[in-house]
Write a protein that binds this ligand. Structure first.
Ligand code: XMP
Length: 325
């Protein structure tokens, strides 16, 4: 049984060889822990849960059931990628729940950022718990807990349970195979497991998803505009020889005048944010090349219905946070 303390002598996993050795060791320890028991995993498509899923599929195959909850606030193409990689290529037992309507109905008219986060968090637990109850004989819950989560939990910064707050009747034993790894090591392990590079080197994305970038009360049309604009921003900025640490856009809940085909319009602005950082405590804005900004302005205003103006947020943190909420 693993402890929650990383041994001082544990080498940093930074080569495919070290990753393969780790994977082999974890496969054995997962098999020892779960035997022929069934394991459940909330698979968001983020780096940590994806690596845990791939590891468990290798170790116990169909004894694992992955539940992918689409809360309607994911980026363009994300649920499809989870279904393709895990459902089709890796042959996982995958339960896909499209809960978009449920989340967006609950969020309708709610503009306070903390209230929005609470609704998304609670609804996620409810949907996941409902799916868990439909399955029989599940004894284990796998989680993509990583070492910084444990350190923060010890320091009292946050609770480390990714699916913390499950109802008491769902009393699972935890399986946390990457809990002693740092993020960079999780990525090396993910690559060694054969996960797509785009999934392993994904930029950070908040749990409440596009909900924090569709400020104020979320509406379906503005959320759709944000999702389309975000896909363009990721595609274009992703072509830079050195990509920023994080890059995305925000579509705020106010409109601005414009003109299209000789007629006056009243549409949303789109705000691009690209930042570099080491620890996200302090961040600096990335000075995007002007030609790239021009291309983004042109593509977003012509390809995304409802957006007629594009701005760039050049504010460091502090004083501004990364997300607009
Ligand atoms: P802020 O806005 O606090 O963001 O400067 C710092 C970093 O954290 C990310 N972020 C989150 N990540 N769950 C996450 O996993 C969340 O709820 C969440 N909220 C913000 C944000 O994208 C940035 O990288």
């Amino acid at each position: 049984m693993q402890t929650d303390v990383r041994p001082a002598e544990m080498a940093r996993i930074n080569t495919p060889e070290l990753a393969l050795a780790f994977i082999q060791k974890q496969i054995e320890s997962i098999r020892t822990q779960v035997g022929d028991g069934k394991v459940l995993l909330a698979l968001s498509g983020g780096v940590d849960s994806s690596v845990v899923a791939a590891l468990l599929i290798k170790a116990i195959g169909k004894q694992l059931t992955c539940v992918h909850v689409n809360h309607g606030l994911l980026r363009k193409g994300e649920p499809e990628q989870v279904i393709k990689v895990f459902g089709e290529e890796l042959g996982a037992n995958l339960v896909y729940v499209d809960a978009t309507d449920r989340f967006l109905d609950k969020l309708a008219g709610v503009s306070d950022p903390e209230a929005k986060r609470k609704i998304i968090g609670k609804e996620f637990i409810d949907v996941f718990a409902e799916e868990a109850r439909k399955l029989e004989d599940i004894r284990f819950l796998a989680q993509g807990t990583i070492y910084p989560d444990i350190l923060e939990s010890v320091a009292g910064v946050k609770a480390h349970h990714n699916v913390g707050g499950l109802p008491e009747d769902l009393n699972f034993e935890l399986v946390e195979p990457v809990k002693l790894l740092y993020k960079d090591e999780v990525r090396v392990v993910g690559e060694a497991l054969g996960l797509p590079k785009g999934m392993v080197y994904r930029q950070p994305f908040p749990g409440p998803g596009l909900g924090v970038r569709c400020t104020g009360a979320i509406t379906r049309d503005r959320l759709e505009a944000l999702r389309e604009a975000d896909a363009i921003v990721r595609e274009e900025i992703g072509k830079l020889p050195q990509v920023p640490w994080q890059y995305f856009c925000v579509v705020p809940d106010f409109k601005t005048t414009g003109i299209r085909d000789g007629k006056r319009t009243f549409d949303w602005p789109c705000i691009i944010r690209a930042i570099d950082t080491v620890d996200v405590v302090e961040v600096t804005p990335v000075h995007l090349p002007y030609e790239l900004i021009d291309r983004l302005v042109k593509r977003i205003t012509t390809e995304v219905p409802g957006i007629s103006r594009v701005l760039v947020d050049f504010t460091p943190k502090p004083p501004a946070t990364v997300e607009w909420e």
